[in-house]
Design a protein around this ligand. Structure first.
Ligand SMILES: [Zn+2]
Length: 311
């Protein structure tokens, strides 16, 4: 098998880990529930257990570890800066150091342990191997239960002075003033553009209380429910407007949109693109907006790249 690294994707509900080769190809993957509510020691123990399962009987030792995790991350030190309440005691966790000591002899001497935000890892995966491959710069946006983005400029991930560069979730967008964002403020993109936001917007318009999520809203819209159609249109348009704003600031070569909400299909992509084109200045009108191609593998492949000490 040659040299391998461990790639890890720590999400709010599950943790995936894979052995990857020099091309960031995933050789073997294992998944476990994330014990987020039990605190950092339990989360690290899960990562170590997954690594043990992946390496069992192989005789291999790891040339590096790359981790993408929920939360705001100081990628320079591998420490969690802040996180949602889903993860107990996550802020301040020196994740790179804890994983290094947990893995112990599974690591080759001097093997790097790199930690970054999961959406940044996702963006790195799509940039190296997916829909943004070959582009010098890219904005990769994930629209699911929440909204996140990673920015690559001149081939390098942009982290920012406070580790939150690319946090498109909290851009103010027109049409969301009545909706509270998970950050506690009103009018941000995530409050209307996420799957949860789309459903909340639907309910705020007086939509059927028997419909409990964005999938239900999309199904009702397809069945010509006018409130569902409006909620879907306005949720998608909010994403398109935010992308136009972000593109104006960054001028990325490509924009990649991934996640569960874009999987709704053309009924989401059409109003999203229409809003982008209505807002974007002429020079940005031809910026490609592409669906992601790697799916759930994207954060693992991006994490693998970081394990090989690539930016
Ligand atoms: Zn917010």
């Amino acid at each position: 098998m040659g040299e391998v690294v461990l790639a890890v994707d720590i999400g709010g509900t599950k943790t995936a880990a894979a052995l990857a080769d020099r091309d960031d190809a995933l050789l073997r993957t294992e998944v476990a529930a994330t014990p987020a509510a039990q605190g950092p020691v339990a989360v690290v123990a899960t990562v170590v257990a997954l690594a043990g399962r992946l390496l069992a009987g192989s005789g291999l030792r790891l040339s590096g570890v790359g981790i993408g995790t929920a939360g705001v991350v100081d990628a320079g030190t591998g420490t969690i800066v802040s996180a949602t309440d889903t993860f107990a005691d996550w802020p301040g966790t020196p994740l790179a150091a804890l994983v290094r000591s947990g893995l112990g002899a599974h690591l080759l001497p001097d093997a790097p342990v790199a930690v970054q935000n999961d959406v940044d890892a996702h963006a790195a995966g799509e940039h190296r191997h997916g829909a943004a491959a070959g582009a010098a710069s890219a904005l990769v946006v994930a629209v699911g239960t929440g909204v996140g983005a990673g920015v690559v400029l001149d081939g390098r991930a942009v982290r920012g002075a406070h580790h939150v560069a690319g946090e498109i979730a909290h851009l103010p967008v027109p049409g969301a003033a009545h909706l509270r964002c998970p950050c506690g403020r009103f009018g941000h993109l995530e409050a209307i553009g996420s799957g949860i936001g789309m459903h909340r917007h639907f309910r705020s318009l007086g939509g059927d209380p028997g419909i409990t999520d964005a999938r239900g809203v999309a199904l009702a819209a397809a069945a010509a429910d006018p409130i569902a159609r409006r909620a879907l249109d306005e949720s998608a348009a909010a994403v398109g407007r935010a992308l136009a704003g972000a593109a104006t600031l960054l001028d990325p070569e490509r924009i990649v949109v991934t996640g569960g909400v874009p999987n709704i299909g053309e009924s989401w992509w059409l109003p999203m693109r229409a809003a982008f084109h209505a807002e974007a200045i002429d020079a940005l009108q031809n910026t490609p907006i592409l669906p992601g191609t790697l799916g759930d593998d994207a954060p693992l492949r991006g994490a693998a790249a970081s394990a090989w000490r690539r930016p």
